[in-house]
Write a protein that binds this ligand. Structure first.
Ligand code: TNX
Length: 566
């Protein structure tokens, strides 16, 4: 098996004791070395688990070197992406040809069509429409046929097909392999419409390439939203033309005194366009009224004291806020929201709202209500952390739950008044939490989150008094106070991100820890081949040549100083 788990930027700094990046790299290398060649993929091995799977062992299909993708016009871009994934490992030319009405029995071809009005009605065992994101995959001895009502559905189906090929499909170079897809039918669609992850680019800045790679990670597991936490005390990461010092001054810092950085409008457009092609919607967050030290350094007029605070490079929270009593603050908010909304094609604008501890409750609420109205004035829908709950409802408002006890009467009340909820419970979905006491990076204020803890909860009944119908979906936040490299991000994301993805996508009836850990195990060789760093979690039965479970990274454990209250 070809393995290349090491991202180039993960080497240790000269003269420094093993960095956390180095520890993550060593762990990933050990994990990759010990992985045995995977067993043949089975149709039911897909993560997240599909709604319906009907294997047909007589229907295995082996891709021939002259395979072609025949595609209806609406599916063209998805077919090009699929061909782009398959050409390097197979070495096959895989031409993509337009066929207005692809025949169902085209031999030895992959057929991709956004048929429009397609349903799963003739599928064994059900009659549900595929909807906005569903797909149907038929693998027979003569070919593979993928159908969906939308390009997004086709894209998710293409990711499923990718997972059904041998792990060597992740290789960047040609591999001699029988490219067999297990026979049968999958009819699939998501449980929740919103499935996402958040990247905190404010505590430590991550450049465009790192963000694009994160989009690819999301897309593999059918996550369809990337929430970017663009502003915080330690840095302001998006250029705003009408307030240029926000990025120029506020963007120049980061946790630990690093160089910072920010996205130009073109950088941000690039991220948004790359995500859109992968059917991922970007959700920008401008965190207000707290978590604003970087903005106050840039524009002291926004500070209650009207004097600039020193730049902040530590990891405390809750000390900063924009002046809720000054009209200039609302001009600032309107300008920033206006520019960010104009750059963002998606429907959401996240206004933060967490941990504004120094703002009295009445002023906080008045501020939030004005900020919500300013979001609505841009045409976007309000998203905010669940601390927004006491404020009045605005059309479509979505709260993001990050509490740890599932019990919050104010949130339940906001839901009764019309809010919907994104579930990011700190003690299950916070991927910046350590896996175990000896995890060298991450926090533990919300507890330790091993893979089972990330998987074993139900978004549909998690918050007391919030019915499943009010749940828009799930999101896994990745805060970066202690994360500085791409390898460290991946080490925290894998293998927990697929666990959260499965909670968002798969019907509850498929929920099964034993089955999940067995399916997930087969992804280790895929990540290793793709060069993705991952934590070789001991509770997952990775395919190993030795019976030994890969060792955990060891070494200096960074002290965790964060404490939070919800
Ligand atoms: C809480 S969750 C925060 C963030 C921290 C995070 C660290 C939330 C809305 N606020 O400011 O980065 O904990 O885990």
């Amino acid at each position: 098996m070809s393995t290349n788990p090491v991202a180039p930027e993960t080497g240790p700094l000269p003269g420094v004791s093993p960095s956390t990046a180095e520890l993550a790299r060593v762990a990933a290398e050990r994990a990759a070395e010990q992985l045995a060649p995977p067993a043949p993929v089975r149709l039911a091995d897909v993560v997240p688990a599909p709604e319906r799977v009907h294997p047909d062992p007589a229907g295995d299909f082996t891709l021939p070197p002259d395979a072609a993708l025949r595609v209806s016009p609406a599916g063209r871009d998805v077919a090009e992406q699929l061909a782009g994934w398959l050409r390097p490992p197979t070495g096959f030319p895989l031409p993509v040809t337009d066929v207005a009405d692809p025949g169902p029995d085209a031999p030895l071809t992959l057929t991709v069509s956004a048929a429009g009005g397609t349903t799963g009605g003739d599928a064994p065992g059900g009659d549900a429409a595929l909807g906005d994101e569903g797909y149907r995959l038929d693998v027979t001895a003569t070919g593979v046929r993928l159908t969906a009502d939308t390009p997004a559905g086709l894209f998710h189906g293409a990711q499923t097909l990718r997972q059904l090929l041998p792990a060597a499909v992740e290789s960047a170079t040609t591999v001699a392999e029988r490219w067999t897809v297990p026979g049968g039918t999958i009819v699939d669609r998501p449980r929740f419409p919103y499935r996402g992850a958040m990247l905190d680019v404010a505590r430590h800045f991550f450049g465009v390439e790192d963000v694009l790679r994160m989009v690819d990670h999301l897309a593999r597991y059918k996550l369809n939203h990337l929430h970017l936490h663009l502003t915080d005390d330690q840095g302001w990461r998006i250029a705003v033309d009408s307030w240029p010092r926000l990025a120029e001054v506020g963007g120049a810092t980061g946790v630990g005194g690093g160089p910072g950085g920010w996205y130009t409008p073109d950088d941000y457009r690039r991220i948004v366009a790359y995500a859109a092609r992968r059917h991922v919607t970007v959700v920008p967050e401008i965190d207000l009224p707290g978590h604003t030290n970087a903005a106050l350094v840039a524009y002291p007029e926004l500070a209650p004291s009207k004097t600039a605070p020193p730049p902040y490079t530590g990891t405390d929270v809750g000390f900063s806020y924009v002046d809720p009593a000054d009209e200039r603050t609302y001009a600032f908010v309107a300008d920033v929201f206006g520019e960010v909304a104009a750059l963002t094609p998606g429907p959401w604008l996240h206004l933060g709202g967490d941990e504004a501890f120094k703002v009295p409750a009445a002023s906080y609420r008045a501020f939030v209500e004005r900020a919500q109205a300013l979001v609505a004035a841009t045409g976007k829908t309000v998203v905010g952390w669940h601390q927004l709950a006491p404020a009045e409802h605005v059309d479509g408002r979505v709260l993001q739950w990050w509490g740890t006890n599932g019990d919050d009467p104010e949130t339940a009340d906001a839901v009764r008044r019309g809010a919907r909820l994104i579930l990011s419970p700190g003690n299950h979905a916070y991927l910046d939490m350590k896996y175990a006491p000896d995890t060298p990076i991450g926090h533990d204020w919300a507890g330790l989150i091993d893979v089972r803890r990330a998987y074993d909860w139900d978004p549909g009944d998690h918050v007391h008094g919030v019915p499943a119908e009010a749940v828009l979906g799930v999101e896994a936040p990745l805060w970066t106070e202690s994360l500085t490299t791409r390898a460290e991000l991946e080490f925290m994301l894998f293998p927990r991100l697929p666990a959260v993805a499965e909670l968002g996508w798969s019907p509850r009836s498929t929920h099964d820890w034993a089955g999940f850990r067995a399916r997930l195990a087969g992804h280790g060789p895929r990540w290793a081949t793709a060069g993705i760093t991952f934590h070789p979690a001991p509770e997952i039965p990775w395919p190993t040549t030795a019976t030994k479970i890969p060792r955990q990274p060891t070494g200096p454990v960074r002290p965790t100083t964060l404490t939070h209250q919800d």
